[in-house]
Design a protein around this ligand. Structure first.
Ligand code: AMP
Ligand code: MG
Length: 480
């Protein structure tokens, strides 16, 4: 019998100071909430196996699958600008890697699987809410076309965890990522002046994510460039969807360019560039409109860790790294402008003034971001007007839009870039609250509905709606 999960591990072969090997904590009464059959197939796992007691035992941490070598990864990170030389997987374990159907190596990780040497004062566990939130939002992001970690399984554990809100039902999440290497992983060794480890990590990262860099004269500079490129593509995608990550710390910035660590993240309802949800982001450091600059800040921290690899001559290394970082803004701009032109149905040389004036109108009129673009896409003028407190302001802007698109907007591009369905905060919150009351239907339905976010389906129109005033979620929590 082949192993149910065809593990083929490489991170575990790296030197011991990269991680701490250990197993998960046992939980009393695990139950499978949901498993992702389509993703399992991609990973070479028999989807029928997902429903077995053996799988439940693996996904809850009660047993170690054959071939799995569980370990907690070491990493550091700047959290809200302040550096911690040691963070690491305090409530997660890398079970191992598989090579998927496309030949891509993927990590399988448990989150909420108990204490590790990196747990500090934490219990290593997760409440059910954050498990469901990450399941819903990461799968929605994937369906929206955004590079992201994925959800393979979610289980309840049958034990409670103590959180600020009180005693909460616990859960374990199984996450799949093209790797869990973060900017913070590089910072961990940089902070320790561990040049050998840095080189080993950089070589590993190149081989795994950017193999074409290996054969160049400047592999570490190319690595930096590729990571800059990946972030400059990713962040405009978030922004075009109205997504706010919420905790863009360097430990939550994946080298692969995937969105990682869905904590207090959210999709905006009413548009505002300063929009923030995270209860811990009091200064708005990670607001919607600040995400571009923060990504550059994080990339600069990454560049610092690579300097000694880029050149033994620090001045040369600095020069090269600065030049690479200097390309970020332009790359970001191009991507951002293209995405917004598409959202407005404009040609590739369409006037950017219109994007700016459109967004500023949404801000002033406190208009729901997703609904605005959908009604614009549908050409539904009366529904569009109904979103505005002062429809006359819309009329003026609309005339300039019609002129710019010659009354023939690219509706195909608009349909592909303006989703009908996003994981609205109030829906996510309702699904979580229902689950705490043992009703998992809203969670399942939400995940199902969000799998096809760009399709107009009348039967799901309730999911399109903005929250009623009483339903608006003002803050989201890490829930750690
Ligand atoms: P995050 O909020 O996911 O970015 O986590 C930041 C750091 O806190 C990471 O090192 C986590 O492993 C750690 N952490 C968060 N929650 C817990 C917890 N419940 N127990 C132990 N460590 C945790
Ligand atoms: Mg994190």
């Amino acid at each position: 019998m082949p192993n149910p999960i065809p593990f083929d591990n490489t991170y575990a072969r790296l030197p011991e100071r990269f991680y701490s090997k250990q197993g998960a904590a046992a939980v009393p009464a695990p139950k499978l909430l949901r498993a992702n059959a389509a993703l399992a197939v991609e990973l070479g796992i028999d989807p029928a196996w997902l429903e077995t007691p053996e799988a439940l035992s693996v996904f809850s941490g009660n047993s170690t699958a054959d071939g799995s070598e569980p370990l907690a990864q070491a990493y550091a990170g700047h959290q809200f600008g302040g550096f911690s030389a040691q963070l690491g997987d305090g409530r997660a374990l890398l079970l191992g890697e598989v090579v998927d159907q496309h030949g891509i190596r993927r990590d399988i990780q448990l989150k909420g699987s108990g204490r590790t040497p990196f747990s500090r004062n934490g219990d290593g566990k997760s409440a059910l809410g954050p498990v469901l939130r990450e399941y819903i939002v990461s799968e929605a992001m994937h369906a929206l076309g955004v590079p992201t970690t994925r959800a393979l399984a979610a289980v309840t554990t049958g034990e409670n965890v103590l959180r600020q809100e009180g005693n909460m039902a616990g859960g374990v999440f199984t996450r799949v990522a093209s790797s869990h290497i973060r900017v913070g992983t590089f910072q961990y060794f940089y902070a320790r002046n561990d040049a050998n480890a840095l080189r080993e990590l950089a070589d590993y990262t190149i081989a795994r994510h950017y193999p074409d860099a290996a054969d160049t004269e400047d592999p570490y500079l190319i690595l930096l460039e590729r990571v800059i490129e990946a972030q400059a593509k990713l962040i405009p995608q978030w922004m075009a969807l109205g997504f706010i990550h919420g905790v863009m710390n360097t430990d939550n910035t994946a080298i692969s360019g995937e969105t990682i660590d869905y904590g207090p993240c959210a999709f905006m309802d009413d548009f505002h560039p300063k929009c923030v949800f995270s209860s811990i982001d009091r200064d708005g450091r990670y607001a919607w409109g600040s995400q571009s600059n923060i990504a550059l800040w994080n990339l600069t921290r990454f560049a610092e860790t690579l300097l000694s690899l880029i050149s033994e001559d620090n001045a040369v290394a600095l020069e090269k790294a600065k030049k690479a970082l200097g390309t970020y803004k332009e790359r970001f701009r191009t991507e951002y402008d293209n995405r917004f032109r598409a959202k407005f149905g404009m040609a590739s040389d369409g006037p950017l003034d219109l994007v700016r004036s459109g967004l500023s109108l949404l801000t002033k009129q406190e208009v729901d971001y997703t609904l605005f673009f959908r009604h614009l896409t549908r050409g539904n003028r009366s529904e569009l007007s109904a979103l505005f407190k002062d429809p006359a302001l819309l009329d003026t802007w609309y005339a300039t839009w019609e002129a710019a698109t010659q009354s023939a907007p690219d509706t195909n591009a608009m349909q592909k870039s303006n989703p009908v369905l996003i994981p609205r905060n109030h829906r996510v919150e309702q699904a979580i609250q229902a689950a705490y009351g043992n009703d998992f239907n809203p969670f399942h339905q939400l995940v199902d509905v969000l799998a096809k976010p760009f399709e107009d389906r009348a039967e799901f129109s309730a999911y399109e709606q903005a929250p009623k005033p009483s339903e608006i979620v003002h803050q989201t929590f890490c829930g750690t």
